[in-house]
Design a protein around this ligand. Structure first.
Ligand code: BG6
Length: 490
């Protein structure tokens, strides 16, 4: 999609004092400004309950940008960026907040409006209703005729199950047209994830092999070394399956398994992703038991040798919590291309390594020729799509060891690392830029989120049923490959 010309926009951030706004959203806006992707006449209006002046708000943003913006450069140009930001004290649960907001927006701010919900998910519907009440929604409005648009950016979690996601979709779509709702999964903004479609469909050497004839299994890992930190209140109600599997891992699976779309049009791409989701079978409770594993970290030493507390001792975690901080699930995509190929999803916190990757294992060639050299352990070819860290793509293959008849494993590697310490754009930069441009390719459509919940709802229900895999207590710093996690799910 060609980028339309840059337009000035008012970005209204609900939850402007929160962690997400300070760690991700405003630093991304700062980088977009520094790289001329944010129109200089744009404005940022922070809304939250905390009483503070514009100057205090800007000072807080300065600290956040200094720590988290990719383009900080010792504060050069800060004043110009800061002058874009102002603050409105308001409680999103108080209906009068929206009248105040509407009045403020009339005070000469750009008329294109991007509402960013960086707040607790149980407030999403209330804010949508509040915006509707103040006449700030987009339904029934003709953007072209009005000469300005209104869009809503929604953070995850999108609902807590299929039913609540459906209800949330119903409320949001009564206030904003689907084309104006941008549901974020920040994994889709990561450079390597975006590259997946290019890698698969722009190369004739890989695509012909990308099916059940040649692929034995696909492993998708999103592994983290950190514990839950200060997010106990949210996390203890969510757990790894809702927090990570339902969105990031299932999205990666969709991109790895989808058919070529008819075009790069957002709907064409998202249609193909939904088809993948619909091809994931409706497993029975017993099947979920057999194909899943779950764990919760105990105290231990983290990957860097630091000591990590027991999950049960983390702030705002219920004393006898059964929430999983590790989950694995084996899925199939029951279609012509992938029937019978396991997709193994694993995610967890407080593990021995932080790594997000898709690892495609190809089938072993007939080993007869090398039987004497390598018996049946001829290593398989693998394509690894490394999302982070060490972003890149590599291909593992077999070669002859020089000077001997043995087989040795070699690697062809493409790495994103650039010289000069230049870093890749942050996912949030790309996603915000796309939302300004009205490009919803990298955002989740209503039906996608509901289909993904279908898979995870089944798992959650199975975990509450007799015969469910037990919650494994694993010492912080454990390897996800440790036999302690059992065979289930792998
Ligand atoms: C978030 C989850 O969506 O993704 C967090 O809520 C998780 O629990 C984070 O830590 C991981 O994102 P990233 O980009 O650091 O891999």
């Amino acid at each position: 999609m060609d980028r339309p010309e840059l337009e000035a926009v008012t970005i209204v951030i609900f939850g402007a004092s929160g962690d997400l706004a300070h760690r991700k959203i405003v630093p991304a806006l700062h980088s977009l400004y520094a790289t001329a992707v944010l129109h200089p006449d744009s404005r940022i209006l922070g809304v939250s309950r905390r009483p503070q002046s514009d100057a205090e708000f800007r000072e807080g943003l300065r600290e956040s940008c200094a720590r988290h913006s990719r383009c900080w450069k010792d504060g050069k140009g800060w004043e110009a960026f800061a002058s874009m930001a102002s603050y409105l004290q308001g409680d999103v649960d108080d209906p009068s907040c929206y009248g105040l907001l509407a009045r403020r927006l009339e005070e000469g701010l750009p008329r294109n409006l991007l509402f960013y919900l960086a707040i607790s998910p149980d407030q999403f519907s209330r804010v949508a209703r509040g915006l509707e009440g103040a006449g700030l929604g987009s339904v029934g409005r003709e953007a072209a005729k009005e000469g300005s648009w209104r869009r809503l950016l929604v953070e995850k979690p999108f609902g807590t199950d299929g039913k609540s996601a459906h209800e949330l979709n119903r409320v949001l779509s009564s206030v904003f047209d689907e084309g104006d709702i941008f549901r974020i999964d920040h994994y889709l903004g990561k450079e390597v994830v975006q590259n997946l479609l290019y890698f698969r469909f722009a190369n004739s050497v890989f695509e012909p092999l990308w099916n059940r004839r040649y692929i034995e299994k696909v492993e998708i890992d999103v592994l983290e070394t950190q514990g839950i930190g200060t997010r106990g209140g949210y996390y203890d109600r969510a757990g790894a399956a809702r927090d990570m599997l339902q969105n990031h891992l299932i999205q990666l699976l969709c991109l790895a398994a989808m058919e070529p779309p008819s075009s790069l049009d957002p709907e064409a791409i998202r249609d193909e992703k939904v088809k993948v989701l619909r091809s994931i079978p409706r497993y029975t409770t017993e099947a979920y038991h057999e194909r899943s594993a779950r764990g919760q970290y105990r105290g231990g030493r983290g990957a860097g040798g630091e000591s990590l507390p027991d999950y049960l001792g983390e702030a705002k975690v219920a004393p006898a919590s059964l929430t999983e901080t590790f989950a694995s699930l084996r899925l199939e995509v029951d279609n012509w291309r992938f029937a019978g190929v396991p997709f193994i999803l694993r995610t967890g916190k407080a593990l021995d390594r932080g790594a997000s990757e898709i690892r495609v294992h190809f089938r072993r060639p007939p080993a007869t020729l090398f039987a004497g050299v390598c018996s049946e352990n001829l290593p398989t070819n693998e394509i690894v799509i490394r999302i982070q860290p060490d972003e890149g793509i590599w291909l593992n293959f077999n070669a002859k060891e020089p000077g001997s008849a043995e087989i040795e494993r070699k690697e062809l590697r493409f790495s994103y690392a650039k010289g000069g310490g230049e870093s890749l754009p942050e996912a949030y930069e790309r996603l915000l830029a796309d939302a300004f441009a009205g490009d919803s390719t990298l955002f989740i459509r209503a039906d996608e989120t509901e289909e993904a919940w279908r898979v995870v709802d089944g798992l959650e229900l199975a975990w509450l049923s007799p015969g469910a895999p037990r919650l494994i207590g694993y010492p912080a710093g454990s390897s996800p490959d440790d036999p302690l996690f059992g065979k289930a799910g792998t």
